[in-house]
Design a protein around this ligand. Sequence first.
Ligand code: FAD
Ligand code: SF4
Length: 487
Amino acid sequence: MSEDKHTGRGVAWRVALRDAMSAKERTAIPRVVMPQLDPAIRVTNNEEVNQGLTPEQAVLEATRCLDCPTPTCMEGCPVSISIPDFIKNIQRGDVVEAAAVLKRTSALPAVCGRVCPQEKQCESKCIYVKMKKEPVAIGYLERFAADTVRLMSDAPRPARPTSNSLRVAVVGSGPSGLSFAGEMAQRGFEVDVFEALHEIGGVLKYGIPEFRLPNSVVEAELDSLRDMGVRFHCDTVIGKTLSYSDLLEKGFRGLFVGSGAGLPRFMDIPGEDLSGVMSSNEYLTRINLMCAGRPGSDTPVLRGRRVAVIGGGNTAMDSVRTARRMGAERAMIIYRRSEAEMPARVEEVHHAKEEGVEFLTLCNPVEYIGDERGRVCAVKVQRMELGEPDASGRRKPVAIPDAIDIIDVDQVIVSVGVSPNPLVPSSIEGLEVTSKGTLVVDDSLQTSLPAIFAGGDIVRGGATVILAMGDGRRAAAAMAERLIADA
Ligand code: FAD
Ligand code: SF4
């Protein structure tokens, strides 16, 4: 009997799973549990927490997929991945084809399989949810297919498409810029990506930590783009190193702006200027991009013992879990609403709790208190309760009179949101900007200047990897059509 090279099990095993099982039997299979590192061990290192499914787990999980005639899961995916198609390929043992299906609509499947908020997107629309059962683990399967093919020595490499000689430039190498670059390269355009930092990847490199998204995974996805002919230029700030006119002079016919929202916000409360109070952006960039905390690094970072992280999003979770790994004995999330309103992924909250992070919910910082040397030593928090829903639809936190606590801390990391990077909008005359600093675009993601398209956080003001990638894809389709028509 032939043996499957990924599972090591006989092909008959998969066929038996697929053919011999009724839908009822398939729905009775419990959802797979992702193998993960022990919390006590993982807080001592930076290794990836989720270890990935074994081939047998993946095939069994794929067997749960009922291959619905109208796959509602696809409606939940911002890039409409052909979900049953890739899952059924895993079930059949054709992981190469599964990965190829993913690549058709997603430039970074190994990344999305790890960081997409699947519970709010594709998995929330899975038929199992309507049956009051746990959804098929679409994200875990996506990661499995992408990782398996990445690690195969004989994996097919993307071919370099025939060039149409039309040049386009991209500002920023985050998910929106990378997705745009891949789509345009596939269509035969000559693509150059300009990145201000010394590393390519945007938030995927400088924001999301290794224990959630290893850099090697991002690098492998970048290699596919290089294979397709995309050229990357680091340390190049558009608006400073090169202007828009310089790009036009170099012969670029179109520009995609994916410059993100990397400008940290603060709360404007007393004590924010004390030493030891910093933004998540600064903290994570020092550690993830500048390697602070690792032997031999020139970049210093404060290693607090009692660390308060203000906020309840993914950035806050990444910061507080990083603080634990940097040696914090007490690492706390301070969040003004309740846990139910937290925007962070459910899995990240769960992992943070496993790692000993304390959650002080319905607490709002009102002041940071400093010692005689100007270093933060405590945070004054106002206790809150939930009132009526506000404009975001979430119940508004309301202060409880006289309910103030003082908490000893020696480091505060503020993670209450970001604003768009202002340099590109301010350096290109005629680019229309909203009152929030985001770029104004039409349905095709064209800006007020016909040659310039934009997407990702510079348009949305802080969203998700997959939404940014979806924008890059959409903008590429529209710009390509325009440029080819004009050529
Ligand atoms: P970015 O990823 O911000 O990339 C923009 C790039 O443009 C940067 O590299 C920047 O240096 C560069 N740039 C800016 N100005 C210039 C210039 N003038 N010239 C040249 N280059 C320039 N989303 C999820 O879906 N799941 C998660 O788990 C998740 N976790 C997150 C954790 C953290 C810590 C952070 C900060 C964000 C997280 N997000 C997550 C959000 C997600 O990462 C962003 O929505 C996404 O990266 C936006 O992509 P982008 O391409 O618009 O911009
Ligand atoms: Fe789900 Fe994200 Fe994959 Fe789409 S890209 S199927 S939303 S995990």
